[in-house]
Ligand binder design. Sequence first.
Ligand SMILES: [Zn+2]
Length: 504
Amino acid sequence: MTLRLYNTMSRSLEEFRPVRPGKIGLYTCGPTVYNRVHIGNLRTFVWEDVMCRVFRALSYETTQVMNLTDIDDKTIRGAMAAGLPLREFTDRHIATFFADLNALGVVPATLYPRATDHIPEMVALVKKLAARGHTYESDGSVWFRIATFPGYGKLSKIDLSAVKRGARVADDEYDKEDVRDFAVWKVAKEGEPESATWTTELGRGRPGWHLECSAMSMKYLGETFDIHTGAVDNIFPHHENEIAQSEGATGKPFVNFWLHAEHLLVDGEKMAKSKGNFYTLPDLLEKAFSPRAIRYLLVSVPYRMKLNFTFDGLKAAASAVERLESLDLRLREREGRKGKEEEEISLKVNAPEAAGGDFAERVSAAHRAVFDSLEDDLNTAGALGALFSFVKATNVDLEAGHLSPADATAARGLLHEIAGNILGIMPSDAASGLASSPSKKSPSESSSESRDVDETWIDARIAARKAAKKTRDFKAADAIRDELLGRGIVLEDTPHGVRWKRKP
Ligand SMILES: [Zn+2]
């Protein structure tokens, strides 16, 4: 199989070809850090995590950049309501965002750039657009004139005849079908806090939301890169505007593949606080569901389909995760080794000494079936189907006493590679010394290299640890220290606060 992805731009499945052989540059729109993300947002982030794990398993060197929108209408409103400087306000929400990702076993992105750390890049982009005649100034703000970009609407297929000449919209987000010129630089308004405006060549103000993603994606991934993702509600206007700004400035194609995750519904309805069907991760953890069961449910439906979240579905997910764990336990017993000792075994799928003919063939057939699904536009439901057929057959064989210890080892290798390393619904094998295929770098391996660990993430984890200590939750604080250590970051408590360094 070759990797095929559904490209929103062409509305069709396309064979994936990277810009640079063997490498993938991926930009995943991140959260606006003004509140706790809900499980619909988390569905998108977990899907993107599985995507990166699949790419790495397919031996693509993958660079994932996820922005943190820490300046826009919502964060400014939130900071003002909380009476905090913008940065302090958004720091808190970045910390809880990373805590949620971590609880769900999401491998950190390569980089988490913050919009407010990239104001000069955004100003430079506006100047480039101005030089190419795409902008005009009005009321002190700078606007993108969509009539100057003939490709406008190509991603969303929006009807441009609805455009009112000269009509503008200042909001960062506006309604579907409402096609208007949009602000790339917004003049500072009276009453807006000092902490949310910058004095630049464009005057005192701040960037528009759409501009942030154009500037940061091109800075880290180049003017043309492989894949840009988000949720379906990002298609218009956000991604349409990103294309206009980026291609308008460079004259080059911006992104080769656009992928979009569908919505999550709760009991068949759109999630809304007013309906009482709005859930965050802590809401579900409080109901004693495990993060792995939640993750299982989130990946159980392919990303292009709506996911209907129900508590019955979550219970079913919990029992599916238990089936995996109980099979793993029984296989471990069959191997005849338990506890510490087993950590020293290095397991290899398909290793010739690992299993006898028939069973080895079944393991590799299951492996193939899983990857056939994943390479078919990341079909996680198909992958789970193939995995559970294998689980069922292996349970039967175990029951009948047909498995040798070597067969059990091979079966565990498959479980840990697929359910652990790729789908993240079982503990990853990194800690137990299990290895899937020596030629492939596992995601957990790459994330344990401290030079890859993003500083924003480290700072947020340190902030989360400090918060845990403040509430005397020392268990959580220690867990964060260990988590950082696992990624090669050593913390030092000093009289001047916490310092960190990378393990040599
Ligand atoms: Zn974005």
